[in-house]
Design a protein around this ligand. Structure first.
Ligand code: BES
Ligand code: MN
Ligand code: ZN
Length: 498
């Protein structure tokens, strides 16, 4: 889809479809009123006749209404004006895209952003349009036989703005929104692919391909021998039980001067988590193909950053392998030596994420990073604590944590901070090594993050536990693309500041 912001204060553009909002009290914004006046107040009449109540997310398509400049007018319910906020705005946009995709319209002009009674600047209004439309158009990689689904006919979207200044920031919002949506789609594709396709080797080739597309990205993919040479004993212990070889993927994006310390984004890339010798229960084990969502999201964020050409330096590090049981697999009571030199007693082979991430954190030190953020589907406990709405955030740096929380707010891809520290480290004591890799059921997300913090001393570090937010189960089973938008917003703000 192509998006453009246009200056159209009198709502007089012609398109295959014009989109206006209707609140549930019948109120129409200025642009909507102008469009409605031309069609003899049809929207107002439909409201009075109770044919369209303006309920949030409801839509009604008017075809060739007399007097209209466009061949269709789509009414979109906005719900209660009092309750209308960013969330409702996104819901209305989602409904708009869904309804438009069902029509034959190849282009549309949207008056919702201009009219919405909402505390969002034009940049944010526009970004939400691009993100929602693109997300609505997303399709899971098609592995079904039979006829291929047709892509939506909608090709071009014009976002009406009241003046040139608003249109200018809206244009920026549309561009960023498209880039972020492309990053999210990239991330969703990787996570949705089956684990017999999306292997560590496959992730490596996709990263290399991403690097080839863009001049400013350098990608290197390290294999088992090189990982051994780095002494990543903990990462290798997890990889050992699988016949799929592990990969350490390192992508360097240079958007700022050589002297600017980079942000490091680290991703957990377990392409299938069977639990290993501490085998998981069968129900929903298939969902453990999503255990590389952290890796997918940091690669997606890289994709977005590259497309936005942000003036930051970014290093994306993905540790990827399978966690499988085997005769030579790591087993409970094994003691492994991490790249940092610290030793770990593996009490549960299903707590494998922290074992690969701790070595990735240590590896990130060579880049002298300004900040390190790891992203991981780390614990079931985080899903119990926060459900599917907030990602868990743990950090050893209050300023960094606040930046990430704020980015999540702005992007509407929220995180919630949770505690770590010495109280929780008590649970990780081992008689046989520096730490155990599990700390019992109580505060499982917090002991996991505290474990990671032991490898992040003197770094400005944060950890996002996305176990609850990265994918949905049930009928809507599939990757959400979270937290690509959060990460992108965090980096946009860093770029602005430095
Ligand atoms: N990948 C899982 C975490 C997970 C579980 C994410 C369910 C989403 C849904 C992780 O590797 C894991 O197995 N964690 C264990 C840790 C436990 C053994 C301390 C868990 O959460 O059960
Ligand atoms: Mn596991
Ligand atoms: Zn896992």
């Amino acid at each position: 889809m192509e998006f453009k912001a246009t200056v159209d204060p009198r709502a007089q553009q012609a398109a295959a479809c014009a989109v206006i909002g209707v609140y549930d009290d019948g109120f129409l914004g200025e642009a909507a009123r102008r469009v409605d006046t031309r069609i003899g107040g049809l929207a107002a009449k439909l409201y009075s006749a109770r044919d369209f109540a303006g309920k949030l997310g409801d839509t009604l398509l008017l075809v060739r209404p007399t007097g209209a400049k466009s061949s269709r007018v789509l009414l979109v319910g906005l719900g209660a004006k009092r309750k209308f906020g960013p969330k409702q705005y996104r819901k209305a946009l989602q409904a708009t895209a869904q309804a438009l995709f069902k029509t034959g319209a190849t282009d549309a002009v949207i008056y919702l952003a201009m009219d919405a009674e909402l505390d969002l600047d034009p940049y944010r209004r526009a970004r939400a349009v691009a993100e929602s439309f693109e997300a609505q158009g997303y399709r899971i990689p098609d592995l079904k036989s039979g006829p291929k689904p047709k892509p939506p006919r909608l090709r071009s979207v014009s976002l009406a703005m009241p003046d040139a200044r608003a249109a200018k920031s809206a244009q920026q919002g549309l561009a960023d929104g498209v880039a972020i949506a492309a990053g999210a789609a990239f991330s969703r594709d990787l996570a949705n692919l089956p684990p017999n396709v999306c292997t560590p080797t496959y992730l490596g080739t996709r990263a290399i391909a991403l690097g080839k597309e863009h001049r400013r990205v350098k990608v290197s993919v390290l294999g088992e021998r090189q990982i051994k040479a780095l002494k990543m004993g903990s990462f290798l212990a997890v990889a050992r039980g699988s016949t799929e070889p592990p990969r350490l993927i390192v992508c360097e994006y240079r958007g700022a001067g050589a002297g600017t310390p980079p942000i490091c984004l680290l991703g957990k890339g377990i392409t299938f988590d069977s639990g290993g010798i501490s085998l998981k229960d069968p129900p929903a084990m298939d969902e453990m193909k999503f255990d590389m969502s952290g890796a997918a999201s940091v690669l997606g964020a890289l994709r977005a950053v590259v497309e936005m050409q942000l003036p930051v330096n970014l290093v994306v590090i993905v540790a990827t392998c399978e966690n499988m049981p085997a005769g030579n697999a790591v087993k409970p009571a094994d003691v492994v030596t991490t790249m940092s030199g610290q030793t770990v007693e593996v009490l549960n082979t299903d707590a494998e994420g922290r074992l690969i991430l701790c070595d990735a954190i240590t590896y990130s030190r060579r880049f002298k990073p300004a900040a390190v953020v790891d992203v991981a589907t780390l614990t079931g406990a985080c899903v119990i604590a926060l459900g599917n709405h907030y990602s868990g955030l743990m950090s050893n740096d209050d300023a960094l944590a606040n930046e990430i929380l704020a980015a999540g707010e702005r992007a509407e891809d929220r995180a919630w901070r949770m505690p770590i520290g010495e109280d929780y480290a008590e649970q990780l004591k081992s008689n046989f090594a520096d730490f155990a890799n599990v700390g019992g059921r109580e505060g499982g997300a917090l002991t996991a993050a505290t474990f990671l913090s032991k490898f992040a001393t003197d770094l400005s570090w944060a950890h996002l536990d996305i176990a609850g937010t990265a994918w949905l189960g049930g009928a809507q089973k599939g990757s959400t693309g979270r937290p690509v938008a959060l990460l992108a917003d965090f980096l946009i703000e860093r770029a602005r500041r430095t």
